[in-house]
Design a protein around this ligand. Structure first.
Ligand code: KE4
Length: 431
C-alpha cells in the first residue's frame, strides 16, 4: 500500500496548518505514521489520494450513519444549492427541522440550531448558568464536549490523545468553575454537590461515553444522576452529539428512558454538513435570546444547505426504524466475531459495545471510566491500527475513540473486518 500522495500533501499541509490538520485527532499522532488524505467516499468505503480503498469505521466521527454519499442526502443538497447558499434570515426548512427534532427527541420542547457540537455545548451551559444564576458545572473525566474552555478539563477524545486533557490557555477562573468526577462514580458526584451546595448550574455528560473509547453507564447510574439533579435544582445536560439519533431514533435518552433538561446534538443531525443544536425544556430554552436574556448567535446557524442535508437524514431515520434493527445486528455480529478471534488467539482484551458504537480496548481490565481506559497498551493499539489499515480497514486513529458502524456495512464487509481483525491482532501481539 503506497501513500506517497498523502505524505506529500501532509508535508505541505504542515507549512500552512498547525500540525497539518484542521482537527488534532486526524493527525495519527497516537498511532504513528502519517495521516491519509481522503479523496472520496462511497457507501462503506473511503478512498485516499493514492487510490487505496478502505472499509471505514469512523464515518466522519459519527455523522455518516447511512454510509457515504447517500443518494437521498446528495439529492437534497443538490436541490438546495440551486437557491443560493446562505441568507442570514429565517427559512421554512429551519421550522420543519426544529419540529422534526422535537418529535424525535423525547425531552426537547424547543431547539436552537448552531454549527457544531462545540457551539451546542458551550451554549447549553451558558443557558443553564443564566437559568439557575449559578456558576459551576460538573463534567466527567474522559468525557469530551468540544473545545470550549469550560470543557478542556480532564477532557477525552483528541485532548487526551494528544496528552493535554487540561489545555494551556484555559484560565484558572474558568477551570475553577468546572468540577470533575470519575464516570460511573455516583458517590464522587454527591460529594461535589455537597461541597458546592447551591452553586452548581449544570451537570453535563455523554450518557454513553465515546470519547475515552466506548464506555457504558453502570446500571441505574443515569437515573441516579437524574434524581440528584432534580433534588438539587441542577440542569442535567445529556451531550448526545455522538449518541443522538445513533443509539435510537431519540438517542441514548430514549434507549435508557431518562429525561434530561437539556440535550446537545451534532454529527448525524447535519448528515455530514456542519450542524449542531441544543434544546430541551421550554422554560429553560425561553431564556435564550431573543426570547430571553441569555445571548447566543451565529451567522450560519440554520444554514439552508446544511438544513437540507440534516432534514433529509433525520427524516429518513424517523421513517425507517429498520435502520436501528440493522445497526444492532451489525454491532452484535462484529462483537461476536472479535470475541471468537480473541478466544482463538488466547488474548484477554476488553470489548465495549452498544448498538453501533464499539471499542476494542488493549487491556484485560473492564473499562468503566477514564482510569481503567488508560490501562490500555497504546503501543499495541498503534501496531493493531496499522495492521488493520494495511488489510483495508480504517479505524479511529486513537484508542480513546469509539468506532461507528453504518447501514452501508453488508455481510461481506463484516466478514472482511472480522478476518482482518484476527490477522492484525495476531501480528500486533507477535503471536
Ligand atoms: P464538534 O465541535 O467536533 O462538532 O463536536 C464536539 C463534541 C461534543 N460532544 C461530543 C460527545 C463529541 O464527541 C464531540 C466531538 N467528537 C469528536 C470525536 N470524538 C470529533 C472529532 C474531532 O475532534 O475531530
Amino acid at each position: 500500500m503506497q501513500t506517497t500522495q498523502s505524505q506529500t500533501l501532509f508535508e505541505k499541509a504542515k507549512q500552512f496548518i498547525p500540525g497539518g490538520v484542521n482537527s488534532p485527532v486526524r493527525a495519527f499522532r497516537a498511532v504513528g505514521g502519517n495521516p491519509l488524505f481522503i479523496k472520496s467516499a462511497q457507501g462503506p468505503y473511503i478512498i485516499d489520494e493514492d487510490g487505496n480503498q478502505y472499509i471505514e469505521l469512523i464515518n466522519s466521527w459519527g455523522p455518516m450513519i447511512l454510509g457515504h454519499a447517500h443518494p437521498l442526502i446528495q439529492e437534497a443538497v443538490a436541490d438546495a444549492i440551486q437557491n443560493s447558499f446562505s441568507f442570514g434570515a429565517p427559512t421554512a426548512n429551519e421550522v420543519v427541522m426544529a419540529e422534526r427534532i422535537v418529535n424525535m427527541v423525547p425531552s426537547v420542547e424547543k431547539v436552537r440550531m448552531v454549527n457544531s457540537g462545540t457551539e451546542a455545548t458551550m451554549a447549553a451551559i451558558r443557558v443553564a448558568r443564566g437559568y439557575t444564576g449559578r456558576d459551576k458545572i460538573i463534567k466527567f473525566e474522559g468525557c469530551y464536549h468540544g473545545h470550549g474552555d469550560s470543557f478542556l478539563i480532564a477532557a477525552g477524545s483528541g485532548a487526551v490523545t494528544m496528552g493535554v486533557p487540561d489545555s494551556p490557555g484555559v484560565t484558572k477562573g474558568v477551570a475553577n468553575d468546572t468540577l470533575t468526577a470519575p464516570f460511573n462514580d455516583l458517590e464522587a458526584v454527591k460529594t461535589l454537590v455537597e461541597a458546592n451546595k447551591g452553586q452548581i448550574a449544570a451537570l453535563i455528560l455523554e450518557p454513553v461515553v465515546g470519547n475515552m473509547g466506548c464506555v457504558l453507564p453502570a446500571e441505574g447510574y443515569l437515573q441516579a444522576l437524574r434524581d440528584l439533579c432534580t433534588k438539587e435544582g441542577i440542569v442535567l445536560i445529556f451531550d448526545e452529539v455522538m449518541t443522538g439519533f445513533r443509539l435510537a431514533k431519540g438517542g441514548a435518552q430514549e434507549r435508557f428512558g431518562i429525561t434530561p433538561d437539556l440535550t446537545t446534538m451534532g454529527k448525524i443531525i447535519g448528515g455530514g454538513l456542519p450542524v449542531g443544536a441544543y434544546g430541551g425544556k421550554r422554560e429553560i430554552m425561553d431564556c435564550v435570546s431573543p426570547a430571553g436574556p441569555v445571548y447566543q448567535a451565529g451567522t450560519l446557524s440554520g444554514n439552508p444547505i446544511a438544513m437540507s442535508a440534516g432534514l433529509a437524514m433525520l427524516t429518513y431515520l424517523d421513517e425507517h426504524p429498520e435502520v436501528y434493527t440493522q445497526l444492532e445486528a451489525t454491532g452484535q455480529h462484529i462483537t461476536e466475531g472479535f470475541k471468537n478471534s480473541l478466544q482463538k488467539l488466547g488474548l484477554d482484551l476488553t470489548i465495549n459495545q452498544i448498538g453501533s458504537m464499539f471499542t476494542l480496548f488493549m487491556t484485560s481490565q473492564p473499562v468503566t471510566d477514564f482510569a481503567s481506559a488508560k490501562t490500555t497498551d497504546l503501543a499495541f493499539f498503534g501496531r493493531y491500527f496499522h495492521g488493520m489499515l494495511k488489510r483495508g480497514v480504517y479505524l479511529a486513529p486513537s484508542q480513546y475513540e469509539s468506532l461507528f458502524f453504518s447501514t452501508a456495512l453488508e455481510d461481506s464487509h463484516i466478514q472482511h473486518i472480522i478476518a482482518a481483525n484476527e490477522e492484525a491482532l495476531k501480528e500486533a501481539a507477535s503471536l
